[in-house]
Design a protein around this ligand. Sequence first.
Ligand SMILES: [Ca+2]
Ligand SMILES: [Ca+2]
Ligand SMILES: [Ca+2]
Ligand SMILES: [Ca+2]
Length: 329
Amino acid sequence: MPTATASWYSSKTPKTHSETPLRPLSETVRDSVSRSRPLPALQSVSRELPSIAARQDIFIGNYDPAGPGPNQLLLNQGGATFAVQGLPTSASSLTSGAQQTLALEVSDLDGDGDMDVVVGHDRALNEILVNDGSGNFVARALGSTTLTTDSLAVGDVDGDGLIDIVEGNAGDGEFADGTNYLHMNQGKYLLTGVEPFMSLALPSSDGASAYTNALKVGDVDGDGNADIIVGNYKNYAAGMETQSNQLLRNRGKGSDGLMTFEAEDLPRGDAATLALGLADVDNDGDLDIVCGNYDGPNTLLKNDGKGVFTASDLPGRSDDDNTNALVIF
Ligand SMILES: [Ca+2]
Ligand SMILES: [Ca+2]
Ligand SMILES: [Ca+2]
Ligand SMILES: [Ca+2]
């Protein structure tokens, strides 16, 4: 079972990293992607509240089109001094220790009190970096596809108390569409030869694969099951038409024992979304969605409490603004 707190060093450091099974209401992590020149992913590995922050470490995902550069973990030594921590040999097909990284997430995947890392790559196997509790990591492949993973999200989607991973993809060629996946954590296999996750291809409301750039996980309809919000850019298979953003309602396990999702379009989701926010924006007790768009105005989708959303434009954006990232705080 995941613990309420986790740190890089489960027993050696006093710092506390808050982590919840579902994504918090207030998101502090960005999803940042560019179309032709992917931006490096950069994410703070700590999620402490400012009042209890001790030493915030930094995990940096690098991308070099000319040749994969190594990702970096910078451990805060105090006083804003950082030490570079070695990372393991990549489990992907790329050069040892090197990746072309587009997306990152951190979570205590094995519930042992330390933070593990999920790494999404460009056209290579994705990876999890399992923390052994002393700040050293073991790399394992995540899933079996080599799509372009532009977005990741974590949360207990299947409700077993273990943190699962949602992977948002484009295809394995430049500007190709891809299928998204849910990787369900099997709990005890992160450091063994057994496949640690059970992978499930996620549905799409129109049956088409997509170019997904943003993901959020949260229970938007109040049934206790974590739902998935999918932010899509263009549908290349359909001639660069925008593809609607989608809500994947989590219906739990079907009679076959497999997780079941019902995909439906979200309103005003045809503006080529590159970033999502999920928080209770209007303070009525349910999760609302903010879409950062490439085309058209950015939008707020207000939730009626049952996961039915009403869209309105957000102010302050000109037609030339191509929104790539947003945070709600
Ligand atoms: Ca862990
Ligand atoms: Ca789970
Ligand atoms: Ca739900
Ligand atoms: Ca709300």
